[in-house]
Structure formats: structure tokens, C-alpha cells
Design a protein around this ligand. Structure first.
Ligand code: MGD
Ligand code: MGD
Ligand code: SF4
Ligand code: MO
Length: 892
């Protein structure tokens, strides 16, 4: 029988691309491709989306429930959770219970979790990893608009005259939106792209104008913009008078000296010519979109940053019209859906807060016996309360807080202390799974189904095309079963008798309909008669369902109908400076997803950044007496917390900035996880952590012994070394794992060999330095056969391990291996799809005298599949084509 095709959505970022997948009986046979009919991507997929088929067969799948480390039946697990929840509630009250969920849950999962906590347990102690991601954007929307509404559509990109990206590395993080921007620029050469980011990212490389502002000075930059518009009489006074409130206070603030061009230039460290160019374009172009992400949200003043951006749009009337508006772009696939159901602790449901009328209306729909009446604890506070012993139980679902919350050590302490930790995950060895008293196997992407809403409010279906693995079950099912058992213990009517996702979605529609009579934009009452068949055949649908553009009529969801202009708390942002002290900026790499549980085992995605890597400006490397490819220790001052990372140069960083990706976790490199050296500084309004600016010091790491091992099996050395990373690879035909270890202690060769021989099985190539000696060994099984011993001239061993990794799987040749180490024959991987390196691109251009990308692609194909690496390919090519085509308006 021919396999049936189903339309589904990508489980990674908030772009929300559609895919077509074949229904198959085994994950090995999975095959999916971009959905040409989906409005978000029109067939295109980025490198993560196009490698999804390889993600199903990861070796660490959680297949059955476990209670206290032992396999258990679902019934036992469900009964235990319900009973423990009941007992804790009786003994310590509702607020001793909590859930910590995720923007990667489907709307139906999220809905029942929220209902269980806020309607039946009776506590709003349910927060989500969206607190780390979108909460500043939510708070600024609510402050300005009276409701959390994103007023822009992807189609506006094609209609804009200028796109401003603030704190967004979209070329890597929202690649299909970025591709759309690039395509729009190709068809409209007048469309300007401005990037505002302290780092010259791959996104900034492509811009007409890059403003490399100093960290967290965005408020000054946007207040300066408003002041410029005022000074040059380019405010839209009609719009301000008719549709906003708070203008007087804001105009007064704009007159302050701190908003002058000189002061803003000083504050942001951006020269006045660049600032003026940006301000002039913003003021004079009619259609401007400001698209922003974590460089805005993840700051101690993230909410103010969001409002400073929104102010600029309101003051110039650039909102509610085609090709215009502030566009907070979502990170996770269902960040927006989670906000619709009310997954944040400070929201109730359906964009409603905890006012008496909302509580009453929501209670009526839920038939809830035990309504929460006040906001719950936000993520950072929640884990503090767990550490303090005030919260006794937490159910963690689809998120890995040991890695992703700031101050990992504190989170670990809290979880160890917590009486009851329940974890629902797809992965048996995720960092969070290690802390679970009860571990529940969740059905993963491709096996579960439900609704997700993307950045532009487009609701799409995820659909199943694979059987559920082992005993795994959808998250909504597990929550509903616990909910039913809990209702029965509480002797209240069962509020969780759902047979399918459809039942839950119908109730979500009914609940949203309480917004029909109010000023709210989010409501789905038109769908009240949705049949199960219609739900199953759902086509991507955007809210508001009547097709209206949010705020097109100039009316907002506030009680007056006017948008609020907000005066930020402070315009200046004071930033730490000092010798050997750097601002640690953290974020994403192109080819990995968060804590790597799904992308870390996909070998094509592990080649770009092979180990935990800290990037610094080459001059900073020199000044800090570090060296490229060396290991270094990053320390959070006065905390005793430090991590060890590889050093690489990045000219795009300023002298005071260093950058480390957030991904390193689990067996891939948990010891170097970035949040061991971040602090729990949060935005006071949103509670979102300031992940982009922690003051750290960076010092060389003195290597006592160093080793690279290749083979199969698992690693037990991690705990004995300060640096340990693992890369899944199939370079050069070798499929296996590559471990890198470093320790300050000069472990002797016997100790290493013993550990390796015992712990790591299979074919091994081992490189070990000890007092300047390198031992190359070829091992088979537990038997180590030392082939040769050589001396390295330079006593500090800093051979690039990437070079060595290129030799895996090739017939073992000592001379070739040494040559590779000594001469650096290999080069950076650029295109993950076709495995094209930087040197190959340069070679091809130089030997063939190519003058355009198309010629290069005809030979190497780089960037011609998913296109995620095109910005990199273009950057390298432009540097080597005969005539440099580098664009930067200031340079011109
Ligand atoms: N490849 C990949 N893509 C992803 C994800 C992933 O894990 N991997 N995750 C998804 C998720 S959940 C999210 S939230 C998004 C995040 O998407 P982005 O926000 O685009 O990604 P980040 O790398 O976190 O940070 C963006 C930029 O903020 C800049 N920045 C730092 N400080 C400041 C500042 O003070 N001001 C300004 N203006 N900029 C600053 C950083 O230099 C960085 O380039 O990505 C989504 N897409
Ligand atoms: N320093 C620093 N820290 C950051 C950030 C940063 O930029 N810098 N960014 C923050 C942001 S924006 C985000 S969004 C977070 C992301 O951080 P997390 O949410 O912690 O990261 P993920 O790896 O996406 O975690 C998802 C977990 O759910 C599991 N999972 C996958 N599918 C399912 C499913 O269907 N059901 C269940 N139950 N489990 C599933 C995965 O195996 C994994 O363990 O990190 C935040 N932390
Ligand atoms: S841009 Fe990439 S990761 Fe994001 S939804 Fe599309 S395919 Fe998935
Ligand atoms: Mo995120």
C-alpha cells in the first residue's frame, strides 16, 4: 500500500513552517519535505527543518514510565502523581504544587495543564519556558495595547520599505523569515535592511546598515529615534491625538538631554552618522517593520526595550497598516499558542488576567471547583520557592530547566531538595530527566497531534505520521488522566474526560468566546460549530478570524481604546567594564536546537560548532593573553562557578563582548553549559532573565592532560575532567562519537588508557598530551595498541581537534594524522547539507575565477538546498570574488 501523506508543522522555531510527511510504520522510514501550500514557508525549510527525518531515531528515547528509577505502568505513575498532589495540597495548600511547562507543547496540552493548575489544583503556580523567551514582549504588548497582540503578518515583509531587525539573528534563528526578507529585497532593491545588534552577526553582515550598539542600550537608541522624529517634525500628531494616551509624559521625557543625538551616540557607542541615517530612514519611510527577538526580550530592561520600539511606531503612526508595525517574533513553535491559553503564571486564560469578572467567566466554562485567584510564581521565583521548600512538587514538561534557566547550580539544588519532581520528556537522558522521581514518556513530534500558532498568529495543525514509540503518550493524555484521578480524590466532578485533541480544542474555542463582547482581539467564537472532521482537515488559519488587521481601525484593547505610550524607567543602561572582564552574550547557533536532545544526535547538524566554543574579538584574545583554539575558563565573579570552553575568534564582536551558545547540554557538553555562569537577574516587570549581558572573566585554562577519543559506546570520563564534550559524527564514512577531554591534572597515560579501555568500546583513535607528549593510539575493543609516540614542539598543546576529526574513518595513518595536526589542512564547515567547507569555496572561486554565487553553486551546490548557509557563503564569496560586492551604506 502506498503510504499516505499528511500535512504537519515543524516542531522547531516560531516561523511555523509547513511540512508534508509520509505516514510510515517505522521512524527509519520517515520522509518529509516542505509544504508548498503553507503560507509561512511555501515549501522552503531551513537546515533544522530539512533534517527532521534524521531526528526520530536518536538513541536516547524514553519508552516507558518510571517511578523512583524503576519501570512502572502508566496506571501506577498516574495514581502516584494524583495521590501525591492530593496529599501535598491537603497538607501544605495549593500553592505548594506547581507545573513548569513549555512553548513546545501543543495548544491542547497547554490548555489542560493550565486548567488543571488554575481551575482544579487552585494555584496559578504554572509557568513556562516562555518566561525566558517571550514574557518581556508579552508585558510590553499588554502595557501598550491592553492585550498581547502581534500586529504584523509575514506578508507585510513584501510590502515594507524598511525592515529593522533588533536583537534578532534571524539568518540563523528564523531562517525562513530571513529568506523571505532577502527575497523581498531582491525584488525590491529599495527595501532597506537595518540590523541593531552589538554583534556583527551573519544577519548583520547582510544589512544595508548595521548599528553595533553597546549591550542593553536599545532604550536610548529608540528614545533617540522618537526625539529625532519630534525635532524634525516627523511625528504623526493626528495619530497620536486620536489613538494614543500618555503622549505628554513621553514628550517631556524625550526632551531630556539623554535623548539627544550626542547622548545617544555616547550611550550606544554608535557613531552619529549611522544613527542619523537610521533615524532619517525610519522617519521618512511610510512602511517600516521593526522585527525583534531575544536581544530585546532577554534584558533587565526588556519590557522597556519593547515599549521603546512600540512607542516609535505609535508616534509615527506606523502600525495597523500594510507593511508596518512592531513585530515581536516568537521563538518556539507554539509560544503564541501558549499565550492564547494563558500558560504564563501571571495570565489566567484566553488573554485574560486575574480580575474578578475574568475569574468568574473562566470558572463557568471550566466548571472549576477551585479557581486560582491571583497570579502565580514566575519561573525564576518558582525555582527559588522550590529551593526554599515552599513549593513541594513540580511537574516539568517539554523543557530542560537545569540547562536553560540561569544559575544552573541553584536549579539543581532546588530539584534535589524538592519532594516530588515529575518530568515528561521524550528523552531518557536529558539533564532534567536525571532529577525526576517520576518520569513520563511523551509522544514526540510526528507521533502526537494538535494545534500550534506561529509568530504571525497563524494556527496550523501538527499531525501524526508515525506510531507512538514504546509506551509513550501525548502530554495532554497524561495530564488529563492525572486530572481525572485528582478530581476523584477531591470528590469533585471530572473536568478532564477528553477523548481526543479535538474535544480539548473545542473547549478552548468555547473559552475564548468569553472575549467576544469585550475589547479583546483574540477570540475564536466563529469556530463554535467546528466538527471533528473540520478540525482534522484544518487549513492554516490566522486570528482574528474575520481577517481584520489588528489595530487597523486605530482602536486598541485598553479600556479607553487608545494605545499607551510608555515612558521607560531609565534611558541609560549602566554597563560594567574592566580589565579581563567581558560581557557574556549568549544565544543560538545556526544548526542546533536548544539543549540538543533532538538535534545533537543528527550528525549533519553537529559539524558546524563541534564543541563548546567561546567567541571573542581577535584583539580581545590577544589582550586577555589567550589564543585561538586554546581552552579557557569562563568565571562568574564571586560565585566560584566556572566552565571550560574552546576559544575562537569572531571579528563581529566588540572588545568587551564574548559570545557562547546556549546549547551545550547533556552528554554533548553539560559541563560547559552556559547557564552555570549566568546570573538570575530578571526584568522587574516581565520576570524574564537577562541572558545577554553577564559580566564574566576569561582566563587561559592550564591543560595538564588532553585527549581526543573516537569510537562508539558511552562516556564515563566526564566527571573526572573539567572539559568534556561529545560529538556525534559520520565524517569521512565513520559513524560514531568523538569525545574531547581536558583536565588540569596531569593524568598519566595509564590512567587515561585504563579509563578508555574500560569505558569506551569500539574503534578508537586516542590523542593524549602529557607534559608535551602526544600519544597516538589505535584501539580495538578494550585492547589498546599504541602505534607510536611523538613529541610536540610546543608544550602547550593547541592542535585544532576539528582537524583530527576529519580523519576519522579513514584508514589509520600516523603520518597523515600528524600532518593534519601540524599544518591545519581542514577548514570550517559552511554548508551542512552538502558538507562544503570554507576552503573549498575559496579554492573553487580562485581556481575557476568564479564571479557569482550561481557559478559557485553549479560546482559545489553550497547553499542550494535549505539555504540556511547562504549568508555565510555570500560573505566568504564576496571576500574572494574579483570585485568585492560588500554592502554597507556607510562604507559606500
Ligand atoms: N538555530 C536555532 N534557531 C532557533 C532556536 C534555536 O535553538 N536554534 N531557538 C528558537 C527560540 S526559542 C528563540 S527564542 C529564537 C531566538 O532568536 P534570536 O533572538 O534571533 O537569537 P539569539 O541568538 O538568542 O539572540 C539574538 C541576538 O541578540 C543580540 N543581542 C545581545 N544583546 C543585545 C542587546 O543589548 N541589544 C540588541 N539589540 N541585541 C542584542 C545577540 O548578539 C544575538 O545576535 O530562536 C529560535 N530559533
Ligand atoms: N543563556 C541562555 N539561556 C537561555 C536562552 C539564551 O538565549 N541564553 N534562551 C532561553 C529561551 S528563549 C528558551 S525558549 C529556552 C529553551 O530551553 P528549554 O526549553 O529548556 O530547551 P529544550 O531543549 O527545547 O527543551 C525541551 C525538552 O523537551 C523535550 N521534548 C521534546 N519534545 C517533547 C514533547 O513532545 N513532549 C515532552 N513532554 N517533552 C518533549 C526535549 O527532549 C527537551 O528535554 O532556553 C532559555 N535559556
Ligand atoms: S525556519 Fe526552520 S526551524 Fe523554523 S519552522 Fe521553518 S524549518 Fe522549522
Ligand atoms: Mo525561546
Amino acid at each position: 500500500m502506498k503510504p499516505r501523506s499528511v500535512k504537519t508543522t515543524c516542531p522547531y522555531c516560531g516561523v511555523g513552517c509547513g511540512l508534508v510527511a509520509k505516514c510510515v510504520s517505522h521512524p527509519n522510514q520517515a520522509s518529509s519535505s516542505g509544504d508548498f501550500s503553507h503560507p509561512a514557508n511555501m515549501g522552503a525549510l531551513c537546515v533544522k527543518g530539512s533534517s527532521l527525518d534524521e531526528s526520530h531515531t536518536g538513541p536516547a528515547r524514553l519508552l516507558y514510565p518510571q517511578v523512583n528509577g524503576k519501570q512502572a505502568s502508566w496506571q501506577e505513575a498516574i495514581d502516584t502523581i494524583a495521590q501525591r498532589f492530593y496529599d501535598i495540597k491537603q497538607q501544605h495548600g495549593s500553592d505548594a504544587l506547581s507545573m513548569y511547562v513549555s512553548g513546545q507543547l501543543l495548544t491542547e496540552d497547554y490548555y489542560v495543564a493550565n486548567k488543571l493548575m488554575k481551575g482544579f489544583v487552585g494555584s496559578a503556580n504554572i509557568d513556562t519556558n516562555s518566561r525566558l523567551c517571550m514574557s518581556s514582549a508579552v508585558a510590553s504588548h499588554v502595557r501598550a495595547f491592553g492585550e498581547d497582540v502581534v500586529p504584523v503578518n509575514y506578508q507585510d515583509i513584501e510590502l515594507a520599505e524598511m525592515i529593522v531587525l533588533v536583537g534578532s539573528n534571524a539568518a540563523w534563528t528564523h531562517p525562513i523569515v530571513f529568506r523571505r526578507i532577502q527575497q523581498a529585497r531582491e525584488s525590491n532593491p529599495n527595501l532597506k535592511l537595518v540590523v541593531i545588534d552589538p554583534r556583527k552577526t551573519m544577519t548583520a553582515e547582510q544589512a544595508d546598515l548595521h548599528l553595533p550598539l553597546s549591550s542593553d542600550s536599545d532604550v536610548a537608541l529608540f528614545m533617540g529615534l522618537a526625539r529625532y522624529c519630534d525635532d524634525t517634525k516627523q511625528l504623526d500628531t493626528d495619530y497620536i491625538n486620536q489613538h494614543t494616551q500618555g503622549a505628554d509624559a513621553l514628550m517631556k521625557a524625550l526632551k531630556l538631554a539623554s535623548c539627544s543625538l550626542d547622548a545617544v551616540s555616547e550611550q550606544t557607542q554608535v557613531d552619529k552618522t549611522r544613527l542619523k541615517q537610521f533615524y532619517h530612514w525610519f522617519a521618512t519611510k511610510q512602511r517600516v517593520i521593526t522585527l525583534y527577538c531575544q536581544g530585546v526580550n532577554q534584558a533587565a530592561n526588556g519590557t522597556d526595550k519593547g515599549n521603546a520600539i512600540i512607542n516609535a511606531h505609535l508616534l509615527t503612526g506606523k502600525i495597523g497598516r500594510e507593511g508596518c508595525g512592531p513585530f515581536s517574533i516568537t521563538g518556539q513553535p507554539n509560544a503564541m499558542g501558549g499565550r492564547e491559553v494563558g500558560g504564563l503564571a501571571n495570565q489566567l486564560a484566553a488573554h485574560r488576567g486575574f480580575d474578578p469578572q475574568s475569574i468568574e467567566q473562566v470558572q463557568a466554562i471550566w466548571q472549576a471547583p477551585n479557581m486560582a485567584t491571583k497570579p502565580g510564581l514566575k519561573a525564576v521565583d518558582l525555582f527559588d520557592a522550590i529551593e526554599q521548600g515552599e513549593v513541594k512538587a513540580v511537574w516539568i514538561m517539554a523543557t530542560n530547566p537545569v540547562v536553560s534557566l540561569p544559575q544552573s547550580q541553584k536549579i539543581k539544588r532546588a530539584l534535589k531538595r524538592c519532594e516530588l519532581v515529575i518530568v515528561s520528556d521524550i528523552c531518557v537522558n536529558s539533564d532534567i530527566a536525571q532529577y525526576a522521581d517520576i518520569l513520563l514518556p511523551a509522544a514526540g513530534w510526528g507521533e502526537k497531534q494538535g494545534m500550534v500558532t506561529n509568530s504571525e498568529r497563524m494556527m496550523s495543525r501538527q499531525r501524526a505520521f508515525l506510531p507512538m514509540r514504546g509506551e509513550s503518550k501525548p502530554d495532554w493524555w497524561a495530564i488529563s488522566k492525572v486530572g481525572q484521578a485528582f478530581c476523584s480524590l477531591m470528590e469533585v466532578a471530572d473536568g478532564f474526560d477528553y477523548q481526543s485533541e479535538y474535544d480539548i480544542f473545542k473547549e478552548h474555542i468555547a473559552l475564548s468566546s468569553i472575549n467576544k463582547s469585550g475589547p479583546y482581539i483574540f477570540e475564536l467564537s466563529e469556530l463554535s460549530t467546528l466538527s471533528e472532521e473540520e478540525y482534522n482537515n484544518w487549513q492554516p488559519t490566522q486570528w482574528p478570524l474575520n481577517g481584520a488587521r489588528p489595530f487597523a481601525d486605530g482602536s486598541f484593547s485598553t479600556s479607553s481604546g487608545r494605545a499607551n505610550l510608555i515612558v521607560p524607567e531609565a534611558i541609560e543602561q549602566c554597563l560594567p567594564r574592566g580589565h579581563q572582564e567581558f560581557i557574556l552574550n549568549t544565544g543560538r547557533d545556526r544548526d542546533q536546537w536548544h539543549t540538543m536532545t533532538r538535534t545533537g544526535y543528527v550528525s549533519s547538524l553537529t559539524q558546524k560548532e563541534v564543541e563548546p566554543t567561546l567567541y571573542l574579538n581577535p584583539l580581545s584574545i590577544e589582550r586577555a593573553e589567550l589564543a585561538t583554539n586554546q581552552l579557557a575558563q569562563v568565571t562568574l565573579p564571586d560565585s566560584g562557578n566556572s566552565i571550560v570552553v574552546r576559544i575562537k575568534a569572531d571579528e563581529g564582536l566588540g572588545m568587551h563582548s564574548v559570545y557562547l551558545s546556549m546549547h551545550w547540554a547533556g552528554e554533548f557538553g553539560a559541563g560547559s553549559g552556559v547557564n552555570q555562569v549566568t546570573e538570575s537577574v530578571v526584568d522587574p516587570i516581565s520576570g524574564q532573565p537577562a541572558f545577554k549581558s553577564t559580566l564574566v572573566s576569561v582566563r587561559p585554562f592550564k591543560i595538564g592532560s588532553y585527549m581526543v577519543a573516537m569510537g562508539e559506546g558511552s562516556d564515563k570520563l566526564r566527571d573526572r575532567t573539567e572539559f568534556a564534550s561529545m560529538q556525534v559524527t559520520n565524517t569521512g564514512g565513520f559513524e560514531g562519537r568523538l569525545w574531547r577531554y581536558a583536565s588540569q591534572s596531569p593524568l598519566n597515560k595509564q590512567a587515561w588508557n585504563k579509563a578508555i579501555g574500560v569505558e569506551l568500546k569500539g574503534k578508537l583513535l586516542v590523542l593524549d598530551t602529557e607534559h608535551g607528549w602526544v600519544t597516538l593510539s589505535c584501539a580495538d575493543g578494550a585492547e589498546l595498541t599504541v602505534k607510536s609516540v611523538i613529541q610536540v614542539e610546543n608544550k602547550t598543546f593547541d592542535a585544532d581537534v576539528e582537524q583530527l576529526s576529519q580523519l576519522i574513518g579513514q584508514p589509520f595513518s600516523l603520518s597523515k594524522t600528524l600532518k593534519a595536526i601540524q599544518t591545519g589542512v581542514t577548514s570550517k564547515l559552511v554548508c551542512s547539507c552538502y558538507r562544503v567547507t570554507e576552503n573549498q569555496i575559496i579554492d573553487a572561486i580562485q581556481t575557476q575565477s568564479y564571479t557569482c554565487i550561481a557559478q559557485l553553486q553549479s560546482e559545489l551546490k553550497c547553499g542550494s538546498n535549505c539555504g540556511s548557509c547562504l549568508p555565510e557563503v555570500e560573505k566568504i564569496a564576496n571576500q574572494h570574488f574579483q570585485h568585492s560586492q560588500h554592502i554597507d551604506v556607510i562604507a559606500k
